[in-house]
Design a protein around this ligand. Structure first.
Ligand code: NAD
Length: 331
């Protein structure tokens, strides 16, 4: 099947091409993101393959359908960037990669916690400049800290397991309980988690109910000096509210791998450009903020799995087999 691969980076070419050796599809790699301005590039391709910052909004889905695209193959677990209602209306089916490596994201999450706590990013620069002073680098033991995990699915579970192994006290919050975690921590209402946790890590999906889950009210309930980590989706957090929380020092540390307005920033080398996003620019001024550019998934194991499952989804669609990883409009 002819597949238009949007937002194709060198690593996408490498891992998708390798996975395709056992499928034999005709992959056309395209650098642009999928937007209303680029959707016509997929004209004549029965499948379009997209990543997290491709925008499959209603008009884009309509344009893809008009060009003959019948499958949107997501290279991601999250599908908040796809208008599923529009896809259903235009008979475009959507398949995703539900789990590729929860370890990749969980390990990056804990990495952010440790780096913020022990200030690796600042120590790295200091030592390279011959500055061996420890002033300002004081951290805390992770052992014994209360960590709140919001969303205890595959990634949240891995984070809980790692932190449990480090001796943290684990507080859990989810709309459904994960029985695997029963012996590891206590399920508590979100309010209690916000009030008790010294570190809060977000692992729930972006849904209408979770949009800006962390805003003014939630921040006001948190312990002074709390560490907030978001490696899930940017819009779980109201960034201007978090900036106020940093200024008032209610938030003592912030670690982000995702950002609400990341689609115009992340995955590209913007080092020669003028940064026009004033909110993001303000975040960069805080010494206790550490941001990575949607990198948590980025391990060899995860890319291998993403390639394999994406190609398997396309093959199942082509053969008319059951699309086990289909995402459907729930109505
Ligand atoms: P998952 O579906 O296994 O788990 C999500 C959990 O969130 C579920 O247990 C669900 O019940 C829970 N949840 C839903 N609504 C909730 C709410 N209102 N409050 C609390 N919990 C709620 O998903 P996962 O594989 O663990 O992935 C979690 C998220 O991580 C994804 O949605 C995605 O946005 C993000 N992610 C980020 C990266 C990255 O590179 N930064 C990579 C993969 C996934």
């Amino acid at each position: 099947m002819r597949v238009a691969v949007f937002s194709a980076k060198s690593y996408d070419r490498e891992y998708l091409s390798r996975a395709n050796e056992s499928h034999g599809h005709e992959l056309t790699f395209m650098e642009p993101r999928l937007t209303s301005g680029t959707a016509r590039l997929a004209s004549g391709f029965p499948a379009a393959c997209v990543f997290v910052n491709d925008r499959a909004v209603a008009e884009v889905v309509a344009e893809l359908a008009a060009g003959g695209t019948r499958l949107l193959a997501l290279r991601s677990a999250g599908f908040n960037h796809v208008d599923l209602a529009a896809a259903a209306r235009h008979a475009v089916r959507v398949a995703r990669v539900p789990a590729y490596s929860p370890y990749a994201v969980a390990e990056h999450t804990v990495g952010l916690m440790l780096a913020l706590n022990r200030k690796f990013h600042r120590a790295y620069s200091r030592v390279r400049e011959g500055n061996f002073s420890l002033e300002g680098l004081l951290g805390f033991d992770m052992h014994g800290r209360a960590v709140g995990i919001v969303g205890t699915g595959k990634i949240g579970e891995c984070v809980a397991r790692i932190l449990h192994g480090m001796g943290c006290r684990i507080l859990l919050n989810d709309v459904t309980r994960n029985p695997e975690l029963a012996a590891m921590g206590d399920y508590v209402p979100l309010d209690r988690l916000l009030q008790e946790a010294e570190i809060i890590s977000l692992h729930c999906p972006l849904l209408p109910a979770t949009r800006h889950l962390i805003g003014d009210e939630a921040i006001a309930r948190m312990r002074p000096g709390v560490m907030l980590i978001n490696t899930s989706r940017g819009a779980l957090v109201d960034t201007p509210a978090v900036i106020e929380g940093l200024k008032s020092q209610r938030i003592g540390y912030l670690g982000l791998d995702v950002y609400e307005e990341e689609e115009d920033l992340f995955f590209e080398d913007q080092s020669e450009q003028i940064l026009r996003d004033d909110v993001f620019a303000r975040l960069l001024t805080f010494p206790n903020v550490l941001i990575t550019g949607h990198q948590a998934f980025f391990t060899r194991e995860a890319l291998t799995r993403i390639g394999e499952v994406t190609l398997a989804n396309i093959t199942a669609f082509e053969r008319g087999e059951e699309l086990v990883n289909e995402v459907r409009w729930a109505g």
